[in-house]
Design a protein around this ligand. Sequence first.
Ligand code: 6R9
Length: 650
Amino acid sequence: MSSEALSNLLHEDRRFPPPADLAAAANVTEAEYAEADADRIAFWEKQARRLSWAKEWDQALDWSKAPFAKWFVGGKINAAYNCVDRHVEAGNGEKVAYHWEGEPGDTRTITYAQLKDEVSKAANALVELGVQAGDRVAIYMPMIPETVVAMLACARLGAPHTVVFGGFSATALRDRIQDCDARVVITSDGGYRRGAPAALKPAVDEALLECPDVRSVLVVKRTEQDVAWTEGRDVWWHEAVEKQSTEHAPEFFDAEQPLYVMYTSGTTGKPKGILHTTGGYLTQVAYTHWAVFDIKPDTDIYWTAADIGWVTGHSYIVYGPLANGVTSVMYEGTPDTPHRGRWWELIAKYGVTILYCAPTAIRSFMKWGDDFPAKHDLSSLRLLGSVGEPINPEAYVWYRTHIGGDRTPVVDTWWQTETGALMISPLPGVTHGKPGAAMKALPGISADVVDDAGKPVPDGSGGYLVLTQPWPSMLRTLWGDDQRYVDTYWSRFPGSYFAGDGAKKDEDGDIWLLGRVDDVMNVSGHRLSTTEIESALVSHPSVAEAAVVGATDATTGQAVVAFVILRAASAGGDADEVGSMLRDHVAKEIGPIAKPRKILVVEELPKTRSGKIMRRLLRDVAEDRELGDVTTLTDSTVMDLIKTGLDSGK
Ligand code: 6R9
């Protein structure tokens, strides 16, 4: 990516230094970067000692078969013991692990002691179903406490789980079960979504028509919907689990014991099963959760408002917060049920101090208007986080102002399913935040931005994001496909991990993410990033959300096509007028070359479970093609809505 091409990016000069009181009491100070630089391996060994090991490792990192890494070789550890038992043994059994809130308003409070009992019972039930260390278990569940219990029960047994997002189709579920050859599935009758029970079991039944090797399906009763029943295969959770003993002695496994397989979203073709193992993964999620969210386990009420079926849920609803013995909030439903202030009501109710969510949610809240958060007491919040996509400066500033009361730092955290844990992020007590920048690699992590030839670009230039050293929570391989692991991540720039993201180093050397490299457009030989134009569009007061794609164009190579959602106050105007106003706005913000050829006003955008816009599908629309694979969309009707809306507007 040429630097000339990205020179007009995000001219953003607002700065937000850490609040003095937060900085004074922060878990991590500036000195930690130097400490980690001096001896990266010793730094990670120190972090690994946050955990309880049955036996310490002999070697911290074995990189002799790069890019296949082994961390904490020879160490013995159990992830569930670290997340639950050790807190109970330390006298914190009465501490709340989760304040769970169902969408209809039912609640459950689960202490660490109760969680330990539930996990032990579930582990005993899985043993009864024949699950052994190394067996894969698929989990297809709503956001209920049993989902966490199921994951930890698997971890306790050394049986890697593969959680499939409850919004995915039977086909997506079938592909994932087949790919990792799971023999047991844990599901529920359904869950609540948008005010009504949504069914899950029928999708399992359909998927299993083509998964003959699955022998048992454990079904949690959540909604009381009628379910079809396959005798001999289906077992009610309450019948299988409730009768079990609360005693289960955890076995300590090798640090490299597989912990889970998580399939990545949005890719075409065969799903990629990202494999995470135990010791290194848990070390880095525990450290990054503590460092980046400045966790004070005695006083914080932490909330990752994401789905457990996304890696963010695995690392920062389940493993990170539990390893650190923190109290979390977990919410089942959507942010607008029964009203658009639901999240803010929950923050006030539980006194949430730290909120972590995706820019897509923030942009929806902006669209709904400032009044909803303004009605609730959000003064307990002291820190906000963002994940999943580049956060536009406008969304960052809105988040900080309207949710954070203009007090709280915002940490924009860059990472991937593959990286397992946060990699590039501000540190809230140290960093002077720049809206829209993930800033720099965390202590112990080595990232850089390189050009086509793999050479680091100078400050002020753009290129490809790479990770130049192995890290503890890195994926170990793609399930069953070592060669694809090497080809996908380690071949483009030999010796470095290729993240697939475009990035820019600003004049201070701070990192700005520019979206996936396949989201870079080439218009008349100029390279433009989708993020850049989307940010310019969202900075206009009438735009709530924007998605930009490059559509093939006979003259210019590609042409910029923008899909925009208008803020409530601006909806209903003349489409042509809105279009020309926004085109002028982009020309002013970036330059005439970036002016969208077409601007289409839509009601919704197609998104994955993690809130990433599926630009691939919008490109299909922009180029008038048949739609590609939609199995990873959270809501597959969105595309029909967009197409119908556009057809009627023609
Ligand atoms: C955690 C997660 C990974 C991709 C990643 C990048 C995008 C995530 C970001 C971000 C800019 C951030 N991404 N966080 N882009 N700024 N703070 O999202 O994992 O679902 O695997 O997606 O998401 O493009 O490569 P995953």
